[in-house]
Ligand binder design. Structure first.
Ligand code: CAA
Length: 369
């Protein structure tokens, strides 16, 4: 039912305007509002905090369907669900959950996760943003880069260094409201793909954050980021899977319609072998995504399989979308046929929430431990 609801929503509400939003870099405001109403913005959150109380399997099924059509929408959903809501529900205080998690889970407001900096992406322990402890508050200073939902989010989860001598054990995570004094939203990035999503740098200048807005114990911030990103990677793997399966479905349908040399191109072995490879790799990616989601639901460790799912699904998305454009020939190169957008959207899945290289670090460390 959840898969069908997400499929219907994507086909009926996202598909009609997706090309225009991509071209104009127009945030899907109305569509995100509808996703909130449908319960897609806080799917796994306990109903007592306004969420859907669903499992991770349901979440990845919905993510795949929405990503088949508009990855710009599914990244909003992924960041809100797996990074912001999950982080707050798992590690937040009761007051933080009442105040922030409930409107986030209902989709009344959107959240963003502020870890990356101009000089610290993969090397996430090298935080230059500082959070200096004063009497009853912290003062945050610094710049965060590539922040998904940066312009539309009302709430940021900000990672910052409090005690440099302690290295990553001196890092904290905070809940910061966009409206607070000293918070400045930089210009919107003009991106290759997921162009309708809202990516900004965010500047913090003497932003006063009350102590009750720190998440977890003093020094928990880096672990908070790592634990949250482990689950986030399942969401992005599901997004990559959706981009791949969306492109494959379009290529399959087109190959049956388009004729060359007197027969549908699907009757030529050159196209048949492409479709065979695409569907095989997508099926393998789907099994990894579902396994990682299932492990999370069973409260088993999902760090390793989540990274495997992310690297495999994102590389499958890239390969599949390139081949889907090839199957479409010249038509694949123009916007009306959707596959060129999916190809552009696929690339980011190999970069954000840990590049493919970072996933390979996580995987190799785990198997060699
Ligand atoms: N869970 C809990 N703790 C973890 C962990 C995990 N999954 N991974 C690491 N840690 C802990 C380690 O145990 C260690 O703690 P102790 O020293 O107390 O034991 C600490 O974190 C530091 O770990 P490492 O020594 O392994 O640190 P490292 O510098 O070698 O790097 C890394 C680890 C895996 C490379 C990490 O830096 C990383 O994941 N980098 C990528 C960051 C990333 O994914 N950025 C994405 C930005 S967010 C985004 O894209 C969101 C969006 O908008 C879409």
């Amino acid at each position: 039912m959840i898969q069908q609801a997400a499929r219907d929503f994507a086909q009926n509400e996202l598909l009609p305007g997706v090309i225009e939003r991509d071209e104009k870099m127009q945030f899907p405001t109305e569509q995100v509002r509808m996703m909130g109403e449908l319960g897609f913005m806080g799917m796994m959150v306990d109903p007592q905090y306004g969420g859907g109380g669903m499992d991770t399997i349901s979440y990845v099924l919905a993510m795949e369907e929405i990503s088949k059509v508009e990855a710009s929408c599914s990244v909003v959903m992924s960041v809100n669900n797996s990074l912001v809501c999950w982080g707050l529900e798992t590690f937040g205080t009761e007051e933080q959950k009442q105040k922030y998690l409930t409107p986030l889970a209902k989709g009344e407001i959107i959240g963003a996760f502020c870890l990356s900096e101009p000089e610290a992406g993969s090397d996430a322990t090298s935080q230059t943003t500082t959070a200096i402890e004063k009497d009853d508050h912290y003062l945050i200073n610094g710049t965060k880069n590539w922040i998904t939902n940066g312009g539309t989010a009302s709430v940021y989860l900000v990672i910052a260094q409090t005690n440099r001598e302690l290295g990553h054990r001196g890092i904290n995570a905070f809940i910061v409201e966009q409206s607070w004094e000293g918070v400045t939203v930089g210009a919107k990035e003009n991106k290759l793909g997921i162009r309708a999503s809202d990516t900004h740098s965010i500047m913090f200048s003497d932003v006063k954050v009350p102590k009750e807005n720190r998440i977890g114990e003093d020094g928990f911030g880096f672990k908070f980021a790592m634990k949250t990103l482990s689950g986030g990677r399942i969401g992005i793997a599901a997004q990559a899977l959706g981009i791949a399966s969306g492109a494959y479905e379009l290529a399959l349908a087109y190959s049956k319609e388009r004729k060359a040399f007197g027969k549908p191109i699907a009757d030529h072995q050159a196209i048949q072998f492409k479709l065979a490879d695409m569907s095989t790799e997508i099926e393998a990616a789907r099994l990894l995504v579902h396994k990682s989601a299932w492990l999370k639901d069973q409260h088993k460790n999902y760090d390793l399989i989540g990274s495997m799912a992310k690297v495999f699904a994102s590389e499958t998305a890239m390969k599949t979308t390139v081949e889907a454009v090839q199957v479409h020939g010249g038509y694949g190169y123009v916007k009306e046929y959707h596959v060129e957008r999916l190809m552009r959207d696929a690339k980011i899945t190999q970069i954000y929430e840990g590049t493919s290289e970072i996933q390979r670090i996580v995987i190799s460390r785990s198997i060699l431990r």
